[in-house]
Each structure stands twice: as C-alpha cells, then as structure tokens.
Design a binder for this molecule. Structure first.
Ligand code: CA
Length: 721
C-alpha cells in the first residue's frame, strides 16, 4: 500500500499553503515512489527522487534556507569515506531522510541523510577486467527509484533491482552482449513502471541502443537502436530504414562488422504532458567517418543518423517520434549525450516549450521539444569545425577539419572531451539561466592509415591517438596545458550568450546545482566545493575538498533543515588521460573519494590531508633501436594511451608506467601485458591483439619516455596508486 499524501498536485499544495514544507514529506513515510510522485517531484522540496531532481532534469531546488545571506554559515555536517579510489560521478537520491548513492565500480550505499549513519551497501562485484571496456573510468552516475525499490546499471551491463529498505537484490538482468565492449555508467530513469537504461562502448565498436525493462521483474519491454545494422529492409522499423539512407552501411554488416556507435550512455529527459522521452545519442564508432561510412571524397559520406542526435521516443513503446542531429556525419567524438534540460520560456514573443543542450560540439542548442523544430544555436566556447549553424539548424562545415585516412592532421576545437562533457548543467527558472560546466581543449586529429577494427581490445577510433603527444620539454607542455581552460558559464538561452563566466585553471570541473536561495553550487578541479551568486557569478563560499570534485551536488531537507551533499572524488575521462603533474598550477589533482554533506551552522572538519605517496622516476637505460621505440609508440597509442595517458605521461588515477616496477623486467612485462596476470585489477591480457614482440616494443617505448621525462623533471614525484 502506497502512501499518497506527499504526492498531492502542486496546485493543491499551494492552496493549502504547504508547498515547500519539507517536514510534511520526511520522517515516517516509507511511501513508494509512483508516477504521480515522479511527475510532481518539483514540488517535493524535501526529497530528490530522480536523477535530475525532476523529469525536466533542471537540477533546480526551490530550497532557500541556504542563500546569499546565510551561505557563509554553511559547514560540514558529516562525511563518509568511500571504498573506491576512482572517479565518482553519482547524483545521490534523497528520499524520506535517507541518501542512496552509487560509487565507482557500480557499488551502492545508503546513509541516514541527517546523521551519516551507514544503513546498507551493495556491491555487484563487477569483474575487474571490465575496466578495459570502459572508455572513461569505472564510474557510475546513480540509481533510480520506483515503488520501494532502487535500480542500478552496473559497469558490466546488468540492470539490478534492489530493495530500498535493505539493499537486498530483487532481480538482475543482463542488458548487453557481455562478449562485446558494452558498459553501463548512466543512471536509469523510471517512467510509469518502466526502467529505461542505455549503455556505452562507442569507442570500442558497439551498436548503441536504449531499452525499457519492467520494474517488477526485469523483462525487456522494448529496445530502440540508434544506428542501422547494415541490413535494413522493409521489415525494419521505418526510422532505421531512414537512417540507413544516411550511411554507407558496408562496414556495419558482415563478419568483421563494426557497430557504428551511437550509444545512449547518459542523458535522458521526459515530458509527461507530451509523453515524450528524450535520449541523447553518442558518437560514431569508429570516430573517423572515413572508415565508418566510406565515401567518394575520402572523408566518408552521409549524415549517419542518429549519431550525435537528440531523439524523442514514446516511453511506452520505444516508437520514434522526432530527431535533431547536432553534428551530421560526426567524426570528432561529438556526442549529443550531454545533459538535456526541459523548460518553458518566451522566445520572440511566443511561449515555447524547449529542450536545451550544450553537446560536445561547442554550440548551445534550443529546440522546440514537442516537434524537434530548431529554434537557435550559438557557440558557448570557441570552435572551428563549423562556420556556423544555418537557419534550418544544419552546421556549415569547415572542410579543413574533416580528416581522410592518409592526409593532413587537423587541430580541432573542441577535442573529443568536448566543450562540455557529462557533468550536469543546472537551470534557474527565476534567472532563466542555464549554468554550464564548460571547458576549452583542442585536439590534433591525425589519420591512421590502414586502420583495421579490433573489437576485442582497445580503442577503435580510426585516428592516430599518439599524434598529439607532447615533446619532452616542460616549457612546451606547460604552455599547452595553459591553453586548456575550465569555465562555469551562466548562459541566457533566449539571448544565446553568457551573462557571466567564472574561469578555472583546469578543465573537468564538477556538475551543477541551482537553488531558490539564489545560489549555484559546484565542485571543481582545484579541489574545492563552492557556492556562487546565481545572478552575478560572485563566489560566496567555498570548502577545501582535498580532492578534485566532478559529481553534481544535490540539496534536500530532513526535519525541515536544508542539507547540501556532493560526492567528491577526482576521475573520469580527462582525469585518467591528462598529465597528472600539469593539469593544475599547484600540482597533481588527487582522488579522495568521499561523500560531503553540509548544513548551516555545522562546523565539521575533514581529517588532515594525507601525504602523497610517491614513487621514484628511475627507469632502466633506453637501449632499444629507434625503430623498435617507434613501433612501441604506435602500439602504445592504440592500446595503452586511453588508460595510461598519451605519451605515458601518467595520470594520478591509474598506474604511471614510467614508474612501474615491471618496466625493468621483460618477463614480468609480458606476464602482465600478454598473459593478463593483473586482469582482476582491470589490466587484461592483450594476447591476440598484440604480439610478444610488439609488447616488448611498448616496453621499449615507455622506457624511452621515462628517460626523457627523468631528464626534464629531475625525477619529479607525483602521487601514484
Ligand atoms: Ca565517445
């Protein structure tokens, strides 16, 4: 039996003068989450019951006890250390005085939201070797709630139903072909008893889809593929037949077929009045269209629907309704999986129902969410792949940024991390501003001649990922890193311009929360958690978090008292590939994975910061031939760089191979790389993809690089795990 009293329509609550009264909804109620609760989540100030707080995914809470006047009194109420030391990207849910969050490796933890008392935890025991299928760290972005249950997508592709009270498993269902490089990192959404989840893996060669499962038993109800299979005919869904017209589908079919990509790995939104579910679709697989959809001019052909698109579908059936493609014929990893926000606003004198997105490609889009009509787009960060967007919403391409399979490389802005990545934005309806955790980072896209897919292991992008390796010159490296900037932007979606911008020394700053207290909260790569004036961008408060923070904060009340919570812990795509010593002026960004919870008047303190563990940079002498080192560099770029950093520069998150104990021992090196003796840690065997000679060449390359860096850094010391 479900208690209904806390899901009264907003209008009735307002009539009763109760809107915003947190006490009414907290405390004893163990009420199940139903359709009315989710649709009315915006009026339930006390709780945060779905990923973006509401189906509109605004990440705005009306709570205002913490505001511009009081925020100076905000302090640490409690904290909880996590048992993983990888990227933490989750949005906690707050429900009836309890917090439910996920951590790296798809674990779930429940806490008393006021005291921090741990209530239960769940570990799906994802095999360590799954890590090699994850492009962007072993992260997870959160659970969904329905009835008395929670739903989790695990890195190895399972959908798990947990009892919310105890953490006991109700059921679990494998949602992907686990022989392929699919992963799940996104938070499910639940619409009327259907659990919706997508998957990732477009860097590796999979075919993207989103699917719905029955919340009661995990039965798959529908599956919506985002790209054609290559064999579409009249029996295929019409939208897939239409998509096939926009591809050279040769490489999508046959025995060595590649999946085409288009994974739905993160953002969704739902409009219950229009009954439309919006999904954000990812990049192509491989990235380089020249290989993915070969064509006459050498750079590939076709728009390759529905890559890099926002697609509206019916949540009951998975039926296609409309799409808008942000980057036709995408070739730069320009996903449109970024956060989408639904809001209503006046544009050119008309009240419009819009959907807004700042996808990786650097433009901020405003569309009509009923029809998909393009309304406007403007650059939110500098970009050079398009001359602009025409009045029909189609980009005017800069042909110099298209790469064929043998020609010139191009420096393209933004690079594959985008101008904005997965980090959630927030929308303040009072200010009519969208807050964007943006950054500027260009990348060199260089052709890889004779590229062949290897869907067993490693990135499959069709570009040479070693092309952008920086020379062994600390000055040049610092200069290049100096061009990479992080920005918090307050974006006016009607004027299509920034109202204010805060700059950070590094990119990859945290997701956002906007509040009725006139505040915007954000953690950042400078290891702080901060509050800004939502109207002006003035920094009003900050807390030394001792770690880079990438996850978005939430706010809730218990017994009428407002709390702000954020899961701290550096990680994710940029963190595992950037030079750990250079991403910040003041030194490496470390991972301390910890839930931080704040309230007014609290004065809790974190334990003293740990000393950074350090390993010497003391490689064996480099004696291999230039030819061997070059071969090793080529193979390193293809198979190693995405986890161990381009050029083996070492991040703070994963082992720095320059400092590896195995570097001096060819046999140990083979045992790890060829045989996979460390597979439980995520380091699988590369036998089958790399010969022993190639593996030895990679060792020679890393020894060479370590000696170069020892010469320029004098054996500099950095935290290593
Ligand atoms: Ca991607």
């Amino acid at each position: 039996m479900q208690t209904k009293y806390w899901v009264l329509p907003a209008a009735l609550l307002a009539t009763l003068g109760l809107a915003g009264c947190g006490d009414l909804f907290g405390g004893e109620s163990a009420g199940g989450v139903d359709a009315a609760a989710l649709i009315g989540a915006g009026d339930d100030d006390a709780n945060w019951i779905t990923h973006g707080r509401t189906y509109s995914e605004q990440r705005f809470s009306p709570l205002d006890q913490v505001n511009a006047e009081t925020v100076g009194d905000l302090g640490l109420a409690w904290f909880a250390d996590m048992d993983t030391a990888r990227g933490q990207e989750a949005t906690p849910l707050a429900l009836d005085g309890k917090l439910y969050l996920t951590t790296a490796w798809s674990k779930v933890k429940a806490f008393d939201a006021a005291t921090g008392e741990p209530l239960w935890e769940y570990d799906p025991e994802v095999p360590g070797e799954t890590a090699v299928k994850a492009c962007c760290d072993v992260v997870n972005r959160g659970v969904a709630a329905w009835g008395d249950d929670l739903f989790l997508g695990t890195l190895d592709g399972r959908l798990v139903s947990l009892d919310r009270e105890s953490g006991a498993v109700n059921w679990e269902k494998v949602t992907v072909d686990q022989d392929q490089a699919y992963t799940v990192t996104g938070a499910p959404r639940v619409i009327d008893g259907k659990v919706i989840i997508g998957n990732g893996g477009a860097e590796f060669g999979v075919r993207g889809y989103v699917a719905a499962y029955d919340a009661a038993d995990g039965d798959e109800l529908w599956r919506f593929y985002t790209v054609p299979e290559g064999t579409e005919d009249e029996s295929s869904a019409e939208y897939l037949q239409a998509a096939a017209e926009t591809w050279n589908t040769d490489v999508l079919a046959g025995s060595d077929a590649i999946g085409g990509g288009g994974t739905v790995w993160d953002s969704m939104a739902y409009d219950p009045d229009l009954d439309l579910l919006y999904i954000g679709v990812g990049n192509g697989s491989p990235w380089n269209r020249a290989y993915r959809s070969p064509g006459e001019d050498g750079t590939g052909e076709g728009d390759n629907l529905y890559l890099s698109s926002i697609v509206a579908i019916r949540p009951d059936s998975g039926e296609y309704v409309w799409h808008y493609q942000t980057t036709p014929g995408e070739t730069w990893d320009y996903t449109a999986t970024q956060h989408m926000i639904l809001a209503d606003m006046e544009i050119d004198g008309n009240e419009r129902q819009v959907i807004m997105q700042a996808p990786k490609n650097g433009f901020f889009y405003v569309l009509d969410r009923a029809t998909g009509e393009f309304l406007s787009a403007e650059e939110y960060i500098p970009q050079n792949w398009a001359e602009g967007i025409d009045e029909d919403g189609r980009p005017i391409f800069n042909p110099e940024t298209r790469i064929d399979v043998t020609g010139q490389p191009a420096m393209v802005m933004p690079g594959p991390l985008g101008g904005h990545n997965w980090h959630p934005m927030a929308y303040h309806p009072g200010e009519n501003l969208v807050y964007i955790p943006a950054f500027e980072a260009a990348t060199i896209y260089a052709p890889e001649a004779n590229w062949k897919p290897d869907t067993a292991r490693g990135f499959n992008v069709g570009f040479n990922l070693g092309a952008g390796d920086l020379p062994p010159d600390l000055g040049i490296r610092r200069q290049v890193y100096g061009t990479v900037k992080g920005k918090l932007m307050a974006w006016d979606p009607v004027a299509q311009e920034a109202r204010w911008t805060v700059e950070f020394p590094g990119p990859w700053n945290g997701g956002l929360l906007a509040t009725g207290g006139g505040l915007v909260f954000q953690g950042n790569s400078s290891s702080e958690f901060a509050a800004y004036n939502a109207a002006s961008g003035e920094k009003l408060w900050s807390f030394a978090a001792q770690t880079g923070v990438v996850a978005p904060p939430i706010t809730y009340t218990v017994d009428g008292e407002q709390y702000v919570a954020v899961l701290a812990g550096w990680g994710g795509a940029y963190a595992i590939t950037a030079d750990g010593e250079l991403i910040k002026d003041q030194g490496p960004v470390r991972n301390v994975s910890r839930l931080l919870v704040f309230k007014l008047g609290a004065d809790g303190e974190l334990p003293a910061e740990m000393e950074l563990a350090s390993l010497p940079l003391d490689p064996p002498a480099s004696r291999a031939s230039a030819e061997t080192i070059a071969l090793g560099g080529e193979k390193y770029a293809r198979y190693c760089a995405v986890c161990h950093a381009p050029g083996a520069v070492g991040s703070t998150l994963l082992p720095d191979l320059r400092r590896s104990g195995a570097l001096g021992n060819a046999q140990t090196w083979q045992a790890v790389v060829h045989d996979g003796i460390l597979k439980d840690n995520g380091m699988v065997a590369f036998e089958g993809s790399l010969s022993k000679e190639e593996i030895e060449a990679i060792r020679a390359f890393v020894i060479h690089r370590a000696n170069e860096d020892k010469a320029i850094e004098g054996g500099g010391q950095v935290a290593r795990r």
